[in-house]
Ligand binder design. Structure first.
Ligand code: ZN
Length: 227
């Protein structure tokens, strides 16, 4: 096991799985330590069964733990915030992220895209993470090698990295399926594996590819988030 560490930030309990579940499975297989942080408890998601918010939060905690087990994720941190809309909650999140970054010292950080992703909670969480990284860099305490954005609610028009997840697509599907409460109102697995299939097939115009599924990432320019 190497001591390489990456940090994946999920605004909700299922974002890592949807955006980069295959990549995470591959990283873990290659000995990279993946720290997964889930910022909110997901209590505000649509409930087909009529669960209260507290019930939904409990259900989603169990689901994300099950999903982490499927992916082989051993370092799952649940911040458990009920909401992220207030400045107070955002400040609390930044404090927790700082503590985590300084203890784990990840060389790469993965977040949803701070401007392209159409889910407002994703954009808020990513913007606050970037602010924190900028503060730490300005203080000379921490600078990541890369900050990567993964796709969730809005497909990217351009990307800097394509990861072949063909071998781990089944596992990714199973990890998403662990989030049963969410699948009751949207077929997330079909939606994202369809996009991952598209990425593999349409990546290159010429040549035959054996690749079946792929995830793509945009790398943020350090000039943009550190200046
Ligand atoms: Zn989300």
């Amino acid at each position: 096991m190497s001591d390489k560490c990456v940090l994946v930030v999920s605004p909700h309990p299922d974002d890592l799985e949807i955006g980069m579940g295959g990549t995470v499975a591959g990283l873990i297989e290659s000995g990279v330590r993946v720290v997964s942080v889930v910022v909110t408890d997901g209590r505000r998601s649509t409930s087909v069964e009529g669960y209260t918010e507290d019930e939904m939060a409990c259900i989603r905690e169990e689901e994300v733990k099950e999903s982490a087990g499927i992916l082989g994720l051993h370092d799952l941190r649940l911040f458990g915030l009920a909401d992220i809309r207030s400045e107070r909650d955002q400040a609390l999140m930044k404090d927790k992220i700082e503590e985590l970054i300084l203890s784990a010292e990840p060389y790469d950080i993965y977040i949803p895209h701070p401007t392209i992703d159409k889910h407002p909670t994703h954009r808020i969480v990513s913007a606050r993470v970037l602010e924190k990284v900028k503060e730490l860099a300005a203080g000379g305490t921490y600078v990541p090698d890369n900050i990567w954005c993964y796709e969730v609610w809005t497909p990217f028009q351009e990307y800097d990295h394509l990861e072949d997840i063909s071998r781990h697509a089944d596992l990714k599907g199973k990890a998403i399926e662990a989030h049963k409460s969410q699948l009751q109102y949207k077929h997330y697995t079909e939606g994202i594996l369809g996009l991952n299939r598209y990425r593999a097939i349409f990546n290159e115009r010429h040549g035959v590819t054996e690749m079946k599924y792929a995830e793509v990432f945009q790398r943020l320019n350090a000039d943009e988030y550190l200046s």
